[in-house]
Design a binder for this molecule. Structure first.
Ligand code: EPU
Length: 417
């Protein structure tokens, strides 16, 4: 087990460079299987979720070269065989192999994916997309056998704009005969990154980034190169660190538009920021105004930043209200923030944060990735020593978090226990 230990209170200044987006990279890697030649992807973050996807690629027999942020994948000789549950349950994104293998071989056998325990996270919309494009899905317990005699274009209406279902449907549709329309598609930048990658291979995808995506299937996808976009959630997490303790902390390599939902909230609180073309400089301020936040699909406020933001809301004056509309169990960080001295009440899908409260270090648990990020931020602020257990969750999604924070002045260490 790994622990992060923080001596709180150190001011943060200097520059943090943002890595490639986890939620793009974890889709681009499986998507590469659709290609009939070799692909190269740059700006791959060095996080354990990528290691887990590599394991699946190598299990299937792909040739993978990973060096310093770049991955080259040659999947021309892979064997389409059942992916064991022990590997697929390591992460949610394993289910992008479902669509990539179905698209390429018209058959896939694998198990329900893993991922943080933040709600039920069904995959019904993904399966609905597959069925609409001609696949037959047989479910036996956790196992899915999905086959298609012929994949053909279809009209897929998603009940909710699910990122996963949008990407999975796109990955099958690029190899299906004819035209597919995805309505009520997710508009997240990660969806656009995947569509760009597919188009670089020669696919015909238009409308990604809007709620209607149109895809015309093609027979052959050629080798290509693409780059992972900067991680807007990592950027947002460090922006919040800057708002808590920054002395002109520079967050570099960001696409400011991708973090606008957060920067507008920070502005509403009264936090000073300089927003450049690809960077944001942010400093701490006292007497922050309370704000209300509701999580929504992009361009709304991202659910992945609500737990990190909660740490900052403990420092605002008055009662802030935060509503989580995407996941039903994403408040597991609240108990631990309260252990650190916060005053937060949970009522169904809302939390009420009364501030400002002084935080004092104690021992806490990272129950999931973003809960862990929330507690790292709290530890940076709290008086004295905070010990965060089970930080494997954090290392799944934040590249070199300890080194990055150390380089800007934090007193933080990672320990094996
Ligand atoms: N949903 C369904 N049925 C489906 C798919 C989704 O009911 O078939 C529901 C989910 O239960 C959830 C909502 O729709 O309530 C959103 O789910 P979505 O499919 O959009 O999420 P996802 O694709 O599983 C990705 C990210 C999440 C991020 C969401 C934001 C990856 C690997 N994961 O999840 O990232 O919160 O989009 O919508 O890309 C994280 O990074 O911490 C994280 C959890």
């Amino acid at each position: 087990m790994k622990q992060i230990i923080i001596e709180g209170g150190a001011p943060l200044s200097g520059t943090i460079k943002i890595s490639g987006a986890k939620n793009s990279a974890v889709a681009l890697i499986p998507a590469s299987l659709l290609c009939d030649e070799k692909v190269r992807i740059d700006n791959i973050p060095n996080i354990s979720d990528i290691d887990a996807l590599n394991e699946i690629l190598e299990y299937l027999g792909a040739t993978v070269r990973r060096t310093d942020g770049t991955i080259e994948i040659d999947s021309t000789n892979i064997v389409n065989k059942e992916i064991p549950e022990t590997i697929s349950r390591k992460l949610r994104a394993s289910y992008y192999f479902m669509s990539a293998l179905l698209g390429k071989y018209k058959k896939v056998e694998m198990y329900f994916p893993g991922g943080c325990s933040i709600g039920a996270r069904p995959i019904d919309q993904t399966l609905k997309g597959f069925k609409e494009l001609g696949a037959v899905v047989v479910e036996e317990g956790n196992k899915y056998t999905i086959t298609a005699e012929e994949l053909r274009g279809g009209h897929v209406y998603l009940d909710m704009p699910s990122v996963g279902a949008t990407i999975n449907t796109m990955l099958v549709a690029v190899r299906a005969r004819g035209k597919t329309i995805i309505e009520n598609a997710a508009k997240e930048p990660e969806v656009v990154n995947v569509a760009t990658f597919l188009n670089n291979m020669g696919a015909k995808v238009t409308g990604a980034g809007t709620s209607e995506i149109r895809i015309t299937g093609v027979d052959y996808l050629k080798g290509c190169f693409t780059e992972v976009i900067p991680d807007r959630i990592e950027a947002g997490t460090y922006m919040i660190a800057g708002a808590l303790l920054g002395n002109k902390l520079k967050i570099d390599n960001v696409i400011p538009e991708h973090v606008e939902a957060l920067s507008l909230k920070l502005k509403e609180m009264g936090i000073p920021m300089e927003i450049g073309s690809d960077y944001i400089v942010i400093s701490k301020k006292d007497n922050l105004k309370k704000v209300n936040v509701k999580t929504l699909g992009y361009p709304g406020f991202p659910t992945d930043l609500q737990q990190p933001l909660t740490t900052l809301l403990t420092q605002c004056t008055g009662k802030s209200v935060l509503e989580e509309t995407i996941y039903e169990n994403r408040f597991q960080n609240v108990k631990f923030l309260n252990d650190l001295g916060a005053n937060i009440e949970i009522s169904d899908r809302k939390i009420y944060i009364e501030g400002p409260t002084k935080l004092v270090g104690t021992e806490v648990i990272a129950t999931d990735l973003r809960a862990g990020a929330c507690l790292v931020l709290a530890g940076l602020l709290a008086d004295g020593k905070t010990t965060i257990n089970e930080v494997e969750h954090v290392l799944r999604g934040y590249e070199n978090i300890v080194d990055k924070l150390t380089s800007v002045g934090a007193k933080i260490t990672l320990k094996d226990v």
